[in-house]
Design a protein around this ligand. Structure first.
Ligand code: 6OD
Length: 466
């Protein structure tokens, strides 16, 4: 039974809930669910640890981050196994993306924080400078799609900036967070700096509403993000949200078609389409539309199906496949459950075409291995179509023209635009979305800005006669 990690101790409190194996659909383990007592205890532990942690010089906190990265690397195989057990992810992806990014997140933010200068501003006879202070206790609410990658993406900058944290992983994917708690304990991280509690949305709500929590970082659905925002509005707590998306890919006839097909297969199907950056709307310039569709559909048939995270999520994705049919789509490939995969939460990689832009299929986030493809005739039309969404997280542009790449990328309403590639990361860059896709940016110094607040100190300098 998985127990909470609070103040450096394992805490067995709260009723049990099951975690299911997405590959078989059978129960994998039992976990304690945080009630209000557990949440309060975790926040108190984080508060008690906060002054000591914030008082450490940043170089010492950065050294702790490197020790945690070492700890992750030492438990690499255990973390890979835990992440795969909870999610059913492919081994290769877990070994090359999810777990290495955990260590990389700690190393990157150790460097960025340790080397960051303070601001200073000069006027004649006046010196102003800023000191940055941590928010205090940060609630870190983590989704199920990239559990370890996203938990560490938030934890590393929050901690190095001097905050203590209470982490709540998704109810579907608690195992890598539990291992991370062990890594913190084994490294001798001061008790209460990192606390991990488990549970459903109700535990998350108790956590973000707790008066001892000073800020909230969350990646997940727009619906949950707006609920958190409402819940914390009375206390004007800072929030950083990366939310839903309906990401567009724009493919021009002058692109390198092999590269564009390859990249699009990745951008639609990685992690079973369960990455907030995955492409769900594709716009292809008319002269290559038929060929692109044929090649994409053929490649989709070679993609190994990956389970959805839960029975409920599989039902949701399948309901969109059904919706596509009922809205009159042409299904180019997929559209159901893969043969022989009735156990577990598998769905077929699916490509559809022929739906209007304002159909539910083309406007709502599905979060599965599925994409709609439509033709366009002009650059202007492509930009208009790509921007015709309430969301604006990520977009891809595939073209052989340097001019067009910059022109189009700069006009797309998205926080992230990839040109002739997808999900290529530099951890120093701002990361987040516009419109319903989020608020704020994390990444590089933008993360440190969110997890700390500046105080401006201004001194009037007396002029000497000498
Ligand atoms: O790679 C990252 O840093 C990141 N924040 C990815 C988010 C993916 C959302 O599903």
């Amino acid at each position: 039974m998985l127990t909470h990690f609070i103040g450096g101790e394992q805490v067995a409190q709260g009723r049990a809930f099951p975690v299911y194996d997405p590959v078989t659909g059978s129960a994998l383990r039992q976990v304690h669910e945080a009630d209000s007592g557990v949440v309060d205890r975790a926040v108190q532990a984080a508060r008690a640890a906060a002054p000591g942690w914030a008082a450490l010089p940043v170089a010492e906190r950065a050294a702790w981050m490197r020790r945690l990265a070492d700890g992750i690397e030492a438990r690499f195989d255990d973390l890979v196994a835990a992440e795969i057990a909870d999610t059913g992810k492919p081994l290769e992806q877990t070994r090359t993306l999810d777990i290495p990014r955990g260590a990389a997140n700690f190393r990157a933010f150790a460097e960025i924080a340790a080397q960051r200068p303070d601001d200073a501003f000069h006027l004649p006879g006046v010196l102003s400078y800023t000191v940055r202070r941590p928010l205090g206790v940060v609630a870190v609410i983590v989704p199920w799609n990239l559990p370890f990658l996203l938990m560490t993406w938030k934890l590393a900058p929050a901690l190095v900036a001097g905050n203590t944290v209470v982490v709540k992983p998704s109810e579907n994917t608690p195992s890598s967070a539990a291992l991370f708690a062990e890594i913190c304990a084994d490294a001798g991280l001061p008790a209460g700096v990192v606390n991990v509690i488990y549970g459903y949305g109700t535990a998350g709500q108790l956590l973000v509403e707790h008066p001892g929590v000073d800020g909230v970082t969350f990646t997940g659905s727009t619906r949950t993000g707006t609920a958190i925002m409402r819940a914390v509005s009375d206390r004007v707590k800072p929030v950083s949200f990366e939310l839903g998306g309906k990401n567009a890919g724009v493919i021009f006839a002058d692109c390198d078609l092999d590269r564009a097909v390859d990249g699009t297969v990745k951008s639609v199907f990685t992690n079973g389409g369960q990455v907030c950056l995955c492409t769900e709307r594709l716009y292809v310039e008319r002269p290559i539309f038929e060929e692109f569709c044929a090649r994409l559909a053929a490649r989709a048939q070679t993609v190994e199906p990956q389970p959805m995270i839960s029975a409920e999520h599989r039902e949701k994705v399948l309901s969109y496949y059904e919706l596509a049919r009922s809205e009159g789509a042409k299904i180019l490939t997929g559209g159901g459950v893969p043969a022989g995969r009735d156990a577990g939460y598998f769905v077929e990689p699916t490509i559809v075409t022929g739906l209007p832009e304002d159909s539910r299929f083309n406007t709502e986030e599905i979060f599965g291995p599925v994409c709609h493809v439509a033709p366009f005739d002009t650059e202007q039309e492509a930009v208009t179509l790509a921007n015709s969404s309430e969301y604006g997280l990520a977009a891809t542009v595939w073209t052989g023209s340097l001019d067009r790449a910059h022109r189009v990328a700069q006009r797309l309403e998205a926080g992230l635009v990839w040109v002739n590639t997808w999900y290529l990361r530099d951890l120093r860059t701002p990361f987040g979305g516009v419109k319903l896709s989020g608020i704020g940016r994390e990444g590089g110094t933008q993360s440190l800005d969110f997890y700390s607040e500046p105080t401006t100190i201004t001194i009037k300098l007396e002029q000497s006669d000498a």
